[in-house]
Write a protein of this length. Sequence first.
Length: 124
Amino acid sequence: MPTHTVLDVGNCAPDHASIKRMLVSHFDVEVLQTHAGPDTLDLLRQRSVDLVLINRKLDCDYSDGTEILKQLKADPLLAKTPVMIISNYAEHQDAAVAMGAEPGFGKLELQDPATPQKLSEFLA
C-alpha cells in the first residue's frame, strides 16, 4: 500500500501517464485522477490526499484550473490540502500561489531534478 496519495486533476491521458510515471519513480505514491471541479470536490470530500496537482487548463473543457483551486481554498474542510498548479508559465504559477497554492511546476519540468525536490515536502 503506497504511503502517500496524489490527486491529478484535469490532465489528458498521455499527460496523466507522464506525471504518474514521474511521481511513482520518485515516491511511494498512489496517483488518482479527476477531470473537473465536481468530481474533484466529491473525491476530496470522501478521502484525504497528500497533494492535489491541478492542470491550469482542464482537458475536459479547457476551463481554468485555478477555479478548482479557489473552490478548494474556500472550503473549510479542504482548504489545508496542499495544491499545486501545473503550468509552464511563471505568471500563472505566481497567480496560483497568490490564491493559496504551493509553488508548482510545468510539464516541461517533469524531468528536471528540481521537481521531485519541490514535491518531496509533501510526499517524502
